[in-house]
Each structure stands twice: as C-alpha cells, then as structure tokens.
Design a binder for this molecule. Structure first.
Ligand code: 9WO
Length: 249
C-alpha cells in the first residue's frame, strides 16, 4: 500500500482477525511512503494545481517511484486507487479482489490533499474504486475497508469458515438477520421465542424471513439481484400482504 501516513495502518493491521491473519502470514501488507522517494531538501510530495484554485495535488514523481518499488516486489500486481470517482465497491468486487490478491497481489494507492496527478491514474492505475459517495481526508480509511473486506474472505482468516459466506452480502445478496445473545430478557425485551425453541429448522426459516423482510424494508434495491428460492418469494409475498393489511387499517 502506498501512503503518506503509514502509521495510520499500524494498529489496524495489528488488531483482531486482521492482526492474526498478518501474524500467521495469510495476509501481508507492506507500507510504502512516497516521501521516501523524494530527493529535495524538504522531501516535497505535493504541489500547486495547474489552472489554480485552492488546495494541493500529490506530485507524480514520488508517487510513481513508490508504485514502481511496490511493483518490484509484486510485478503482476493489480494497482487500485481509492477515490470518490471510482466504481462503487460491492461484495462481488471484493470476491474478485480476493482472487487477484491471492494470485498476483494488489497495490493500493491512498491519495491525500485534493487528489493525485491525473497522469498517475491513466498510466499506473488498473482499477479506481469508491467505498461510498462521500469525501474523506485521504484514501487510507478506504484502503483499510478494502483490506478488511478482502482479508476476511481468505481461507482461515475468520474463525468460523461459514461466517464469511453467510454474512450480509454472502452468496445470496441479502442483508443479515438480527442476532441475540444472553441475557434472554433485557429490560422489556425478550429474545424471539423461536431462537430458544431448539427447533433448528424453524430457526433457519425465521432467520431467512427476517433477512428477506429487512432487505425489502431497508434495501429493496438489493432484492432485484438477490438469489431467491420459490419459498423466499412466497415469504416476500406474505410479508407484502401483511404490510398492505396494516396500511388499510
Ligand atoms: C476533495 C474534494 C473537494 C471538493 C469536491 C470534491 C472533492 N473530492 C476530493 C477528493 O477526492 N479528495 C481526495 C481525498 C483526494 C484523494 C484521496 N482522498 C479521498 C479518497 N477522499 N475520499 C476518498 C474516498 C475513497 C474511496 N471511497 C470514497 C472516498
């Protein structure tokens, strides 16, 4: 990863499941600072924008030198630039990046200031990715999102091997169902009875129904692409009918 602030990544790469994956060499992240590829006295990595205007632009040469250093270690790597102008990140692309990471490696570029010189993008970037429609103060947090999402798909990184596939946006493209743990009664709220019934088929049906209901209520855009069984479609129809009954009351 190319960044002017490598220290931002250190606790992230040391903590939790990512930390363990790094320790066990399932994930390896090398941090390369363009400032280490400057040759002037002030180690300059930014400059004023051609055409004028406020703010600064990341200079091309130190950034290119940093990318080339990364490419010496990973000659076949995919170069990814994180910016609001990129293609929206989806779980499908995370799965693809996990494959690329495994076979060729990935060079992540985190920008700072108002952006990087456009010629670095045209000449060195293979894929420009956005994690959402907002502006950050730099690409590092977005790069951490990519590292996190990709790492948890690597075999053995998550404790429970089924979790990665079963979570929200697993294979079926639905939101996750609600989760509960002890105590069974919390203030006024008891855990849904089905979860303590011991009836594992009923539990699976309830969870699927909750996943469908939440996806329909909160993200109906996801339902169009979701992998739905005939039983799922029946559940959605029943949920709609129940909703319409409530409306007409
Ligand atoms: C600054 C800015 C100011 C006014 C209008 C638009 C603007 N865009 C930017 C901008 O992109 N600043 C960047 C800071 C330069 C590149 C790195 N930075 C960044 C990356 N901010 N937000 C991201 C980002 C990356 C991936 N997904 C969402 C946001």
């Amino acid at each position: 990863m190319i960044t002017l602030f490598p220290e931002l990544l250190e606790s992230f790469l040391a903590a939790g499941v990512i930390g363990r994956a790094v320790k066990e060499n399932k994930v390896s992240v090398r941090l390369i600072n363009p400032r280490d590829f400057t040759s002037d006295k002030h180690r300059t990595v930014d400059d004023r924008p051609f055409g004028g205007g406020p703010g600064m632009v990341m200079k091309a040469e130190p950034l290119i030198a940093a990318i080339q250093a990364a490419k010496v270690a990973l000659p076949k790597a995919r170069t990814v630039y994180l910016s609001p102008q990129g293609a929206p990140l989806k779980q499908q692309m995370v799965r693809e990046l996990c494959e690329v990471f495994d076979t060729d490696g990935i060079v992540l570029i985190a920008g700072r200031y108002e952006g990087i010189d456009e010629r670095v993008i045209t000449e060195f970037v293979d894929t420009e990715i956005s994690i959402g429609d907002f502006v950050l103060s730099g690409g590092e947090v977005a790069a951490m999102v990519v590292i996190d999402a990709v790492s948890r798909l690597i075999p053995g990184v998550l404790g429970h091997p089924l979790s990665a596939a079963e979570d929200s946006f697993g294979e079926d493209g639905l939101l996750d169902h609600p989760h509960y743990t002890r105590p069974e009664v919390l203030g006024q709220n008891a855990v849904p009875a089905v979860l303590t019934s011991g009836d594992h088929e009923a539990i699976a049906r309830w969870r699927r129904k909750m996943a469908l209901a939440r996806t329909q209520e909160r993200r109906s855009d996801l339902l169009a692409k979701a992998r739905l069984t005939a039983a799922d479609k029946l559940v959605l129809k029943q949920l709609n009918e129940a909703q319409n009954r409530n409306k007409s009351e």
